[in-house]
Each structure stands twice: as C-alpha cells, then as structure tokens.
Design a protein around this ligand. Structure first.
Ligand code: SF4
Ligand code: SF4
Length: 471
C-alpha cells in the first residue's frame, strides 16, 4: 500500500500553494481508498460484532421460541427466554434511555466514535464499499471505470455490484422484518409466494431503504439526515477525544524527498500526499480542522501513520486527541460531566436489572360490568367483574384467585386456574354483599392472584363494588 504514495522532489522554495479541494466541497463522487491499520481492525471488529448480533439473533432459537421476536399479533416481545408485554413498556423505555445516555457518555468522551465504528449506517456502508471493491476494484480502478464509456466489462462489474448490494439489502430486510414476524415462516412464505400484503410491503421498504442508504446516499445520511450528528457537537468539550490533524507539526505541508532535512527546508511533517482525504468516507480534508462531517472513523489516522512510517517520521500527525492536549495543557479524562453521565448510566442499568429481576410474571386486569348491580335472591347486592389473568412466563402455571378482603364480600368464580405460558385467562366473577345502610355508594374492592408454584409472586388489582340506593 504505502509504496503507492507519490513522493515528488519539491523543496520549500518551490512548493505550491494549497490548491487541493476535497470531494466533500467539490461534490465529486467519493471513491475511498482502502487502507490497513489499527483503527480499520477495530472498525472491522465492531462492525463484525454488530452484524453477527443483527443476523444471528433473528435466526437463533431459545427455549423453543425465536430468541428475539416482537410478536405484534400476540402483543408479546420475546427476548432470550423472557417475555415482555405491553404492560412492560416502561422497561423497554428504560432500555432506550440507557442507550441514549450511553451514547451521550461515549460522545463526551470520544466524539463521534459511535458513528464511525458501530452506527448501522456506517457499518452497512462499509459492507457496500467492500462489495464495490470486490466487483470494481481499488479506488483508481473505480475512478477509471466511472469515466469509461459503457462496455460489457463495465456492465458486468456494475451488475455484479448492484446484485450484491440488493442481496445484502434483502437479507437485511428479511432479518429486520423477522424481528416482528417469525423469520422462518417469513422465508417459507416468501419462497412459496404467499406473503401477506403488509409483510411484502415492509420487506420491499427495508430492502429499498438499505440499498439506497448504504449504496447511494452513504455519507449524505450522516451529513444531512441524521439528527444526532446535528446536536452531538454541543456535547464536545475541550477534553473530548477527536480526530485531529496536528497542524503545528504538519505545516508547512508539501512533497519532498525522503532524504532531505525537511525541517531545515522549512517544511512540516505533512508531505501533502492527500491519502488521508482519499480514505475518508465523508470526503473531507481533516487538515482543514475539526469538522462536523468527520465521523471519527480513524481511517485517516491509519493512512497517515502508514505515510509517516514510510517517511521515517513519528506516527500521530493525525490522531485522536483533545483540544487541551493539542495545546500542551494538562488533560484529565475523569471530569465532572463524564463522571455524571457514568453515574446516571450505572444507576439506570442497576434499576433496569432490578426491575427485570423483580417484575412479576403474572398480570391482572379487572373490569367491572358497569351496567349490572342487582339484588340476588338472598337480598344481597351483586356486581359482576371480568378478570384477565396473564401468565407472562413461558411455562404453564397454576394460580389462585382471591379477594383482598374475603370477609367483606361473598364471591363466585374465584379459585384455582391453570394458564399456559404466554396465555391469558378470562375469568368472570360474581361478588355480593348485604347493602349496609340502604344508601347508594361504592366500596373499594381488591382482587389478588398468587402463583401456586412461587408463593412470593402475586399481583393485585383494585376495583369498586357499587350499591344502588334502596327503594
Ligand atoms: S496528513 Fe498525512 S496522509 Fe494527509 S496529506 Fe499529510 S502526510 Fe499525507
Ligand atoms: S476525517 Fe478521518 S476520521 Fe474523520 S471521517 Fe474522514 S477519515 Fe474518518
């Protein structure tokens, strides 16, 4: 790789003024050059883990269920053996809040590394770039192919590229839709051309969204569409690690022979090879200073380090550093803001773990039939209730249903009930009592459901017992 870096014999006295304009400013297509290095390996690891997680969990089975499935018809969310119901939405909201705080924490610490390493938009763009490289060749070959007139060779290469893009997009859409409808049934229905209209629509939608976002829009999503990129810069402070070009060390930039004493010639360490721009997925020149468009992917660091190695200059002309460190001021990572985010994050993760651990696996919903309060043959006032008892576990369980204060009321329909895992039992209950003083009114009433296999597990729901005025 490094042998391709152009090194011209230019000294300080005849060096050219800076005329290079990066593609982000010219609007030219961005053809990134591939480069090896530490940050590329980190990026591959992050992307690999995310891809494995995304596709793996869609196809994995766990305790006889798809490991992760949001069953919209049954209104149940299965995740690795646990079942969540609409009543557990508070826990899911907590997970989203934790993710948001995690993102704030990372951004304050190291800028847009989420964008550069693990954001799905970036990860899928890297996959599509890989397909581009496999089918159309390295950067210079792609530039040549772009400029070349249409031929069989160009058609075949472009066709292969778009074929891979579409295949990846379809696989992505299947996995994504498979989180909401059992993925194996989905694929079987697809193969037998038996897809429902809405499933077919969402498959088409996500295939098209992946294809256009990762294939065509790419960095434009990060620059113009992603709301996070707009506001995250306000989270930066002078201690935040950002990808920075050390201009004090790099300027004056200019090509030179490796053998010359460039300092004596009035040159800095930057040989103006523009490799850092050629590898940049957003087409910017980091030497112009910190820019909103930089997604902190570190590709330019790998590229420039490689150039520095070739020139026998120290590495790190472009590096992750903070504004303070660059100015030579003392810097410390544990500042109050970061500690605050970390503390909130830990507290939220702890509360979520506690909430999940202690959440009851039974749910009870009581509704009173408002139209019926009548006098029975014994002269008592009678109200009717419908109890919905939900077994939120994945195994069959037996429960006992009772009144919270059995002495105050008589009831019919209470007792033991066995409910299959993930099912709901509808239990009609008749409650009666003597009308105490002949006046209309309502008394509080409570129903309790206890798990017979786990006596610590019980839920209750309050209702009212309504008496009419005596005639
Ligand atoms: S910063 Fe590094 S990679 Fe970029 S032009 Fe200068 S020497 Fe080349
Ligand atoms: S400037 Fe460097 S770190 Fe920023 S997006 Fe471009 S290659 Fe990635």
């Amino acid at each position: 790789m490094t042998s391709q870096i152009p090194i011209k014999d230019v000294t300080a006295k005849n060096k050219q003024p800076i005329t290079f304009v990066p593609p982000a400013q010219t609007g030219d297509p961005i053809h990134t050059r591939s480069f090896k290095g530490l940050f590329r390996n980190l990026r591959l690891s992050g992307a690999g883990a995310l891809i494995l997680l995304f596709f793996g969990t869609a196809w994995l089975n766990w305790n006889g269920h798809q490991a992760v499935l949001w069953d919209l018809n049954a209104k149940q969310f299965f995740i690795f053996g646990a079942t969540f119901w609409p009543q557990d939405f508070i826990l899911l909201s907590a997970i989203l809040m934790i993710a948001a705080f995690g993102l704030f924490f990372i951004t304050v610490f190291a800028g847009r590394v989420w964008c550069g390493y693990t954001c799905p938009q970036s990860v899928w763009t890297w996959i599509f770039m890989w397909a581009e490289k496999v089918t159309e060749g390295e950067r210079h070959q792609r530039v040549r192919l772009d400029a070349a007139p249409w031929s069989l060779n160009k058609l075949a290469r472009r066709g292969a590229k778009h074929g891979i893009w579409l295949a990846v997009s379809l696989a992505t859409a299947i996995a994504f839709v498979g989180y909401f409808t059992p993925v194996r049934e989905l694929v079987s229905d697809m193969l037998h051309l038996q897809l429902g209209t809405s499933t077919a629509f969402w498959l088409f939608f996500f295939t098209a969204a992946t294809y256009f976002n990762a294939g065509w829009l790419r960095e434009k999503v990060c620059l113009h569409m992603c709301p996070y990129s707009r506001f995250q810069s306000v989270m930066f402070d002078e201690y935040t690690l950002v990808v920075t070009y050390d201009s004090a060390r790099g300027e004056s930039r200019g090509p030179r022979k490796k053998s010359i004493d460039h300092t004596a010639a009035g040159l800095g360490d930057c040989i103006d090879c523009t490799v850092c721009v050629q590898v940049c997925p957003t087409g910017i020149d980091i030497r112009d200073g910190l820019q909103l468009d930089c997604i902190s992917c570190g590709a330019c660091i790998d590229a420039c380090n490689s150039v520095m190695d070739q020139m026998d200059y120290p590495r790190g002309l472009i590096r992750y550093t903070s504004e303070r460190a660059l100015e030579g001021k003392p810097t410390h990572w544990l500042r109050p803001r970061l500690v605050g985010y970390a503390a909130v994050l830990l507290a939220m993760v702890g509360s979520l773990a506690w909430g999940i651990q202690t959440r009851p696996l039974i749910d009870l919903d009581v509704s009173r039939d408002r139209s019926i309060f009548r006098q029975n043959s014994a002269g008592e006032i009678e109200n009717l209730y419908t109890l919905k008892v939900i077994n939120k576990s994945q195994q069959s369980r037996s429960y006992i249903i009772d009144l919270g204060e059995p002495d105050r009321f008589k009831a019919q329909g209470l007792g033991e009930v066995t409910i299959a895992g993930g099912e709901t039992a509808v239990v009609p209950v008749r409650v009666s009592r003597q009308q105490p003083d002949g006046r209309a009114g309502s008394q509080p009433l409570q129903f309790v459901v206890k798990d017979l296999q786990d006596t610590d597990s019980q839920v209750s729901d309050a209702s009212t017992f309504v008496s009419p005025a005596a005639r």
